[in-house]
Design a protein around this ligand. Structure first.
Ligand SMILES: NC(CCC[C@H](N)C(=O)O)C(=O)O
Length: 451
């Protein structure tokens, strides 16, 4: 059987993308693992399978490089949007689909003094989590992606997709700089809201949250370029989180990482060289790929939109909102060049950590999982310890927060807001809302894989 595929990468997190809307391709874990193998296969951190969907423009099934179905992949989602646009998928304005777009439907204001009802009947993808549910309307007209960054240029270039954790919206915007061989497009996806009380805080430097994928966030004070990400990451992934595992993100302030710029340039050059070397392959296989109706070059015709991503080529200063992150990825069982859901987790953890620092939170149950992994299983998040931190978080209520994250393979940007909702039963809850992840998602080459 011959399987046409496209290779994509988002900040160096690379994927094999397959169009399976006709449901003719059946792969098992072993076959997917072989396709992702860097020595005997195409080579990728994961596989994106695009299927058809009744409730969204497409369904994304994400598989890790080990061949097994993974959870939400942020960069994979951005690349899937790029691939979907390229194979001609466009936003369908069906009423059933519009019902599925908001993750929650109910009441919402900025005031933080509402009471809420869930409306899971109306929203087919609503999956209540344990405990009181926070519900909120996402404006159907905007689908939640528009914020002070500006609007997507065209409704046509915005797609809904069903992923492991429910429905998302993704789209493409133009970058307003030219003269570089790098993509002029920025691909953006929205993410599910995250409740503060679902973030596990081990100590001042270690947190855990699930934002569609499970993430441990470890803030480092030492030089991040020197840390053994694979061995430390693997230790935490298995010893602290067991077989189910976790993605492990090591974080430093960007300024602490003296070599990151150099490293990043080398990697970008490698990606570019690879793509150029693969030029032949593009020609050989172009007939097997469905009609290409959107490519990165089309970005030049999107017209002027507000700049999303203005730091990269101007040289970013080591300001407080700029972090450097290296991630050990579960399912790849290695360090990857970038991790999208990891960046989102880091951005929110950074916000919480600052609030805790300003509040002089005293971590009586202090543990450092990087040294004492087993012991940390006993240290659950002590809510009372952090209750003032939650109040502290309110200071920037509803302001757009932004974190720029440099990873070894490139830069990503995360935006979010901090909101307050009255819980159905008792007191108020802090919720991180309007979360977006943006950055490059580039087509690398097309090919045909034979099994
Ligand atoms: N490895 C994952 C999820 C994929 C993360 C990723 N590369 C991203 O960009 O978010 C898993 O734990 O299943």
């Amino acid at each position: 059987m011959e399987i046409p595929f496209s290779k994509y990468q988002g900040a160096g997190n690379d994927f094999v993308a397959i169009d399976n809307r006709e449901d003719k391709i059946r792969l098992d874990d072993d076959q997917r693992k072989k396709m992702c193998d860097r020595h005997f296969g195409i080579g990728a951190d994961g596989l994106l399978e695009i299927r058809s969907s009744d409730v969204a423009d497409f369904k994304l099934v994400y598989y890790n490089a080990d061949g097994r179905e993974g959870s939400l992949c942020g960069n994979g989602s951005r690349c899937a949007v790029a691939f979907a646009l390229r194979i001609g998928i466009r936003h369908k304005n069906t009423s059933s689909q519009d019902r599925a777009i908001p993750e929650y439907q109910s009441l919402s204001t900025d005031q933080g003094n509402n009471s809420f009802e869930t409306s899971s009947k109306e929203s087919p993808n609503f999956q209540p989590s344990a405990g009181p549910n926070i519900v909120k309307i996402k404006n159907r007209a905007t689908n939640g992606l528009e914020n002070s960054d500006g609007k997507l240029e065209s409704e046509n270039l915005k797609l809904s997709f069903l992923a492991a954790d429910g429905t998302h919206i993704g789209g493409v915007k133009k970058r307003n700089w030219t003269g570089s061989s790098r993509s002029s497009c920025v691909y953006i996806v929205d993410m599910k809201d995250i409740r503060f009380d679902q973030i596990k805080i081990y100590d001042a430097d270690n947190m855990y949250m699930d934002n569609g994928s499970p993430h441990h966030i470890a803030f480092l004070s030492s030089h991040i370029e020197d840390i053994d990400v694979v061995n430390n990451g693997r230790k935490l992934r298995y010893e602290l989180y067991g077989e189910g595992g976790c993605n492990i993100n090591f974080v430093a302030k960007y300024g602490q990482c003296v070599n990151s710029r150099g490293k990043q340039n080398i990697i970008n050059q490698q990606i570019k060289d690879n793509a150029e070397n693969l030029g032949l392959l593009i020609k050989e296989t172009s007939e097997t790929i469905p009609i290409s109706v959107f490519s990165d070059d089309d970005c030049t015709n999107l017209g002027q939109v507000t700049e999303l991503f203005n730091g990269i080529e101007k040289g970013m200063s080591a300001d407080d909102s700029h972090l450097f992150v290296r991630t050990y990825e579960r399912g790849v069982e290695n360090e990857t060049l970038a991790c999208g859901t990891g960046c989102v987790a880091v951005a929110i953890a950074d916000y919480v950590r600052r609030a805790a620092q300003e509040n002089h939170v005293n971590y009586t149950d202090n543990c450092n999982p990087t040294n004492t992994s087993k012991a940390c299983e006993l240290n659950s998040h002590s809510y009372s310890q952090l209750k003032n931190t939650e109040e502290r978080l309110s200071r920037n209520k509803n302001q757009l927060q932004e974190r720029r994250i440099t990873m070894p393979g490139g830069d990503l940007k995360v935006t979010f807001r901090v909101n307050y909702f009255k819980k159905a039963v008792c007191n108020q809850a802090t919720v991180f809302t309007d979360i977006t992840l943006s950055g490059p998602a580039q087509f690398v080459f097309d090919g045909v894989y034979t099994i």
